[in-house]
Design a binder for this molecule. Sequence first.
Ligand code: NI
Length: 171
Amino acid sequence: MALLTILRYPDPKLHTVAKPVAAVDARILALIADMLETMYDASGIGLAATQIDVHVRLVVIDTSEDRDQPLVLINPEITWLGDERVKGEEGCLSVPGIYDGVERATQVKVKAMDADGQVRTIEAEGLLAVCIQHELDHLMGKVFVEYLSPLKRNRIKTKLLKALRDDEEED
Ligand code: NI
């Protein structure tokens, strides 16, 4: 297994639209293992393949307290969104150190294949529902800061570009 490099906003590659996974083969299984390792190492609750510059419809999630309930969603599709919307604080491994409010549905149903190739529908609410919507946005090339005002987004862009330059100067 290996730790993967996570793309950072405003890297334009984060806006790539992912293609469906054609088959759950050895390559995809290895990718799933590496993505889980990378997500846990970064203390994240979700990671989309887009974020590690692989543009297929695959996300890994773990919103459990003990970090021992990995959820693998292959070719996920949201089949139902509840009517209730709540604004909650979100962050993202591709937008380090930035947290801001995003309005999301509190309940969703998502149909996806798991690592065994079984297609099932998952009903989610609360944090898991938010995380699923956030990760599926990544697969469409959308980062959560795009829900914020242009002013906030530009401030975040400037801050992250500066952090990146500072990192490069240190190396
Ligand atoms: Ni994210």
